[in-house]
Write a protein that binds this ligand. Sequence first.
Ligand SMILES: *Cc1c(COP(=O)(O)O)cnc(C)c1O
Ligand code: SF4
Length: 334
Amino acid sequence: MSNTLHPKRDWQQELIHAVTDPDELCRLLELNPQKLQTAAGKTLANFPLKVPRGFIARMQKGNPADPLLRQVFPFSAEDQKRQHYTADPLREKNVNPVSGLLHKYQGRVLLTLTGVCAINCRFCFRRHFPYAENNPSQLEWEKIFAYIKKDTSIQEVILSGGDPLLSNDRVLSALTERLSTIPQVKRLRIHSRIPIVLPERINEAFVAWISSLKQTPVLVTHCNHPQEINETVREAMQLLKQAGVTLLNQAVLLKGINDAVETQVALSEALFSAGIQPYYLHLFDKVQGAAHFDLELARAKKLYRQLSHHLPGYLLPKLARETVGEGAKTLFGT
Ligand SMILES: *Cc1c(COP(=O)(O)O)cnc(C)c1O
Ligand code: SF4
């Protein structure tokens, strides 16, 4: 295979045709919907099923426990209200000085470009965050630029969301043009699950944009299981690597999905062979409706210790948790 991606595939078309009906997803995977116990209509209305077909193609047919399916299928376990699980576990609303901007850590700000994603991950800690209200308008954009300009300690701008790569290339270009007039901003980091779940997004126009940036580009992908990486993902990563983009990955530690040592080892190796460096392994944030993904801290630490015995240091992600009010993520040793 050459490094050019399939020219007929358009990511926006793929997005429009994403599967949103649990019954359709079951049909495609040859599963009996009656046996799967789907979440209540109210849960689904608040946070619908959404998954691109290219991601479904990486799932195993007839397997209700498939690790990719379990990340996206709305099971009835989500309907249970659990103590100590909240709608905004990171209390992000407290570090939101301007709409669309989070400034929590020294030297970097995080912009929430959009509240929408190409896929709805059931474990997402932002599943209840009011991003619709947090989508910056034109006026708010001016406030964001003014905020960054004024604080000369801000060296890095992180595009996050939602998924920032749902913005089209024109919007991204306009943004980075503007940022390039602020001299202290040296790096542009993108946090996106799209290069994994919708790799068609990494087309020639996108690569041209990212290659032309004045800021040094870093892309942090989000991949939780080695089965998520296929040939299309590898080709997309190859294009980005050739364009000089630093590629990192963050994963979330999820019970029943990637909480086995072999799975984590295979994930690090699959990422590395695709040109991506493991960066963070996040402990699950206690978000309401997703308690069934939560792994006890003692078990997580034990798994991490074992993992450190199986991987070279550079393939071991940092085990981290977001702590309210701290100046950095909390890291756990081996
Ligand atoms: C995680 C996070 C960052 C980035 O932290 P790094 O340790 O630099 O990866 C920045 N801002 C917010 C609000 C975050 O949650
Ligand atoms: S892509 Fe990221 S932000 Fe979007 S639902 Fe999944 S985990 Fe959450």
